[in-house]
Design a protein around this ligand. Structure first.
Ligand SMILES: [Zn+2]
Ligand SMILES: [Zn+2]
Length: 130
């Protein structure tokens, strides 16, 4: 856990909000239906937005996830790879805000579609993305 988040995750407010949220979702993963253990912030918390209750304590911005889906969520965002128009890797995204990620993911999907059309398989995609 990052330093700036330690106090937040220990706070009464967070415990209350996260427990209420998880309860409202019956502690079931919103993505796969498995028992959920993690209350994930759809907007990743950072030192700035963690003090903004609209983001850090807003149920609309939370997601009830199992460990697996939570791992996938975070590893996807950390390792998403960008391609240029010819399908060459131009950078790997480490983290970022949700909107930027959506744009990246759209671009990523586009690039993948193109590559799949050109190569007739997803082999390049599998080989290059961690
Ligand atoms: Zn799940
Ligand atoms: Zn998370």
């Amino acid at each position: 856990m990052k330093d700036f988040a330690r106090d937040f995750y220990r706070s009464k407010e967070w415990k209350k909000v996260s427990t209420a949220y998880m309860t409202s979702r019956f502690y079931l993963c919103e993505r796969c239906g498995s028992p959920a253990t993690i209350c994930h912030h759809k907007i990743y918390l950072n030192a700035q937005n963690i003090n903004d209750p609209e983001i850090s304590l807003n149920p609309d911005r939370l997601e009830c996830l199992c460990q697996d889906c939570h791992n996938k969520e975070h590893s996807l965002k950390r390792t998403i790879t960008r391609f240029d128009d010819s399908g060459n890797i131009v950078g790997v995204k480490k983290s970022g805000d949700e909107k930027q990620f959506e744009r990246d993911r759209d671009a990523f999907d586009e690039a993948l579609k193109k590559m799949t059309a050109q190569n007739g398989s997803e082999s390049i995609f599998r080989g290059r993305v961690i």
